[in-house]
Every structure is written in C-alpha cells, then in structure tokens.
Design a protein around this ligand. Structure first.
Ligand code: HEM
Length: 288
C-alpha cells in the first residue's frame, strides 16, 4: 500500500513583478532555525511518497519535472547573486561552478524522464497534457524562461560564463535525445524544441498557473533551504526507483547509474550553497 501524500506537492517561491520596474523578484523568506528544523523533516519522508509502483509513467514524469524545477531555481539563484553582489573572483568562480553542477543535474533529470516507454508517453503522458489545458506547452514554464535570460546575461558580462554555455547546450542536446527516444518518428518534435529554445516566448500568468498546477507546484514564500531539502528527498526517490525497478529497453543502464551520481552531486551542492547564499538576500531579482 503506497500513499499519494503531500510529499508529491512541490513548494517553490513565487516570482513577483515589482511596480514601476521591469524587475521580477523571487519571493524567498530568510532561513530561520525553525525552518531548518521543519524543512529538514522532509528528509525523513519515505521516498515511496512517489508511488512509482502504482502509476509508473506519471510518477516518473512528475519526479523528473520536480527535479528540473528545483535545479532551475537553484541555478537562477546563483546567477542572480553573481549579478547583484560585488564578490571576489574565487566566490564568483564557486557560484559559476554551482550553476554548472545544477545544469548537469537538469540534464540528468532529462535522462530520467526517458525511463518510460514510448507507449506510456503516447498513451498516458501526452494525451493527459493535451487534455489538461488547451494548447498546453512546456514554454509556459516561467522559471525556465527566466533561467535562459539569466544565462544570456552571464554570457554577455563574464568570460567565466563560457562553462555555463557548454553545460546549458548539453541540456538542450539531452532534451532532444530524450524526445528522440520517446518519439522516434517525430522530427517535428525536435523542431519544436529548437524553436522554443531560440525564442523567448512570453506567456501570460494564467499559462504559468496552468503549467504549475499540472505538475503539482504550489507557489508560496519559502526559505531557500526548502530547495535543498526538497531536492535531496526527490533525488533519494529517483535513486530508489532506478536501482530497484526494471528500465525500458531504450535506456542504457550505465546512463541510469550515472544520472544518480550527477543528481547527488547537485543535491550536495545545494546543501553547501544554502549556508552561503541564504544570508545574502531575501529575494532574488531578475531583469526582464
Ligand atoms: C524532465 C523532463 C522535461 C522537462 C523539464 C522539459 C521542459 C521543457 C521546457 C522548459 C521547454 C521549453 C523550452 C524553451 O522555452 O526553450 C520544453 C519544450 C519542449 N519539450 Fe520538453 N521537457 C522535458 C521532457 C520532454 C520530453 C520527454 C519530450 C518529448 C517526448 C519533450 C518535448 C518538448 C517539446 C516538443 C517542446 C517544444 C515546446 C512545446 O511544444 O511544449 N520534453 N520542455
């Protein structure tokens, strides 16, 4: 018997448009000692809150997206701190390295997303998304659009950003590999991914809400430690799934083992970062 508990809801900070400026803020609250204790409780949730045995395809789809969302937010936070702070070069290098670690983690989440069969994607995932909201599109993921813009800024301003470009490009390739595995007869899908990538498509607030709600994302003010704890818990759930259940034929077992290592590295980085970046700012700003 497995629970479909609240452990499946992902808590992320809302983005807030500030009056009179084009700035967008991520509304974090400062970490407090009681946050440390209450968000740490998530670590003790059983990983089987993701009831993967019961609804394999959907749970893997949900989990791969939650991993991605957390890693995007963590990367955005480091990029924002690079923009805002006059920091010394070693600190800046550490921040940029973390961005690379989170982007690699996002690539691993995309690898995990292909651990469903082509039939499951065609018969369960795609129809559900299509029926959920007219014209449902992944370009409605607001955080990803913000991430792309931030990466553009770091590339423009800083030679250190070159490593970020390489990691980001690798995620685009991984996205394409995943789509090819799940929809091998869909060249139009590849074109759509590349087209989405080259445009910064504006979407309305209602579209962001539709995207969040399909993936069980609740926007509320959280401390930054919430990103690290929710990521650790989901990485543990992913490891448990990959190590204990059969994988579809198109999945290379070595890639499955590797993705867990990459995700664990990203989770460790998020833990290390929470002690340095959390005290720096209560909110992160994004220029639009
Ligand atoms: C962890 C799993 C995944 C995440 C987090 C994800 C996220 C995204 C995001 C954020 C975009 C917008 C890109 C941009 O604006 O530059 C996008 C586009 C797209 N993705 Fe994915 N994706 C995932 C897996 C997949 C898979 C498995 C497929 C196909 C089988 C796929 C097919 C597409 C397509 C066709 C687009 C173009 C825009 C659209 O029609 O929604 N994605 N995805």
């Amino acid at each position: 018997m497995h629970h479909c508990g609240l452990g499946r809801v992902l808590y992320l900070p809302p983005s807030v448009q500030t009056a009179g400026t084009k700035s967008v803020l991520y509304d974090f609250v400062e970490n407090t000692a009681s946050d440390e204790s209450s968000w740490n409780k998530i670590q003790h949730l059983k990983e089987d809150f993701f009831s993967i045995e019961d609804q394999v395809a959907w749970e893997r789809w949900l989990l791969s997206h939650h991993l991605s969302f957390l890693l995007w937010l963590l990367a955005i936070d480091e990029l924002t701190l690079c923009e805002l702070e006059a920091v010394d070069v070693p600190t800046r290098i550490t921040r940029i390295e973390r961005v690379g670690t989170y982007l690699n983690g996002y690539g691993a989440a995309l690898t995990y997303a292909r651990m469903i069969t082509q039939e499951q994607y065609a018969q369960q995932i795609r129809p559900f998304m299509n029926q959920y909201y007219p014209g449902f599109s992944a370009t409605w993921a607001e955080d990803y659009q913000i991430l792309k813009r931030k990466i553009g800024i770091i590339l423009r301003d800083d030679t250190l950003g070159r490593s970020v470009r390489a990691s980001f490009r690798e995620t685009v390739q991984e996205h394409i590999r995943t789509a090819q595995d799940l929809v091998p007869s869909g060249p139009s899908l590849l074109k759509e991914i590349l087209a989405a990538n080259s445009d910064s498509l504006p979407a309305l607030g209602a579209s962001h809400f539709a995207y969040d709600s399909l993936f069980l994302v609740r926007r509320c003010r959280v401390p930054k430690i919430a990103l690290a704890t929710q990521l650790s818990y989901r990485v543990a759930a992913t490891a448990r799934d990959v190590q204990s259940r059969p994988l579809p034929d198109h999945v290379d077992p070595k890639a499955a083992t590797h993705l867990i290592i990459v995700l664990q590295r990203a989770a460790a980085s998020a833990w290390a970062a929470r002690t340095t970046s959390t005290s720096t700012s209560a909110a992160t700003s994004v220029d639009t």
